[in-house]
Design a binder for this molecule. Sequence first.
Ligand code: BJW
Length: 231
Amino acid sequence: MSAPPLIILTGAGVSAESGLATFRGADGLWEGHRVEDVATPEAFARDPATVHRFYNARRARLRDPAVRPNAAHLALARLCAAWPSPALLVTQNVDDLHDRVMQGSEALLHMHGSLRRARCLRCGAARDWDEDLSTDTPCPACGAAGGMRPDIVWFGEMPMGMDRIEAALAECGLFLSIGTSGLVYPAAGFVAAVQGEARTVELNLEPSAGTRLFDEAHHGPATEVVPRFVE
Ligand code: BJW
């Protein structure tokens, strides 16, 4: 029998053991703010300097040599490369740890955007971006002053690649959800969208909010449960 089309959904837990904080864990607050208070278009309109500082700090963290892909990122890259049917790794993470081991693979989709990209508020042009952003940063494409924002999907905004994700969900035969709390939609609804013939598996430190929706669940640190499941 041939392998079924595969979808892997990842969240912050897959990068936790690489030294990147999750959103809703014990260390999930940033300078006393909840992510829901800084990751919205309204927060950016009200106080862009604070929102820029939040993303500048996280972008800088990616440059720390200690922050690098872990055994879970590596196992998932190997799985996608070797999978004999269509495979799509949808990450909610805006870090670049999957990218570093997937070498430009089209199988990787960042549904909540990327820390290392910025977008112009006026003309919409998006480009790779590794520097700090500020309220003065001009747009390289159209020259708008202070026109750049992180190329990130905030609450109330449409996640990226939804057409491709929905088409893949309709064909999916194996769905893996890894390191995500299952609290943020539409990602939290993907498991319900594939149910039927598809096999659904949760790999997470602890039961997620949607754990009962999965056919099976394996709980523990991603660097242990993911390689064990994949190999
Ligand atoms: C480990 C581990 C280890 C730890 N090993 N595991 C009411 C009901 C339903 C929906 C809504 C509602 N009100 C509003 C909405 C919609 C809203 C939403 O879902 N809100 C909820 C708060 C209720 N969603 C939106 O607005 C989205 N857009 C939208 O819906 O558009 C309309 C639409 C779309 C499609 C079709 C039709 C209409 C946009 C959501 C944008 C989310 N943005 C953020 C921030 C931006 C990115 C960034 O700054 O990084 O994305 S929020 C934040 O949460 C971030 C994450 O990607 C996202 C998910 O978090 P994640 O990854 O699950 O992290 P945690 O911390 O929550 O969990 C980590 C897990 O790992 C835990 O379970 C740990 O146990 C585990 N773990 N260590 C393995 N070592």
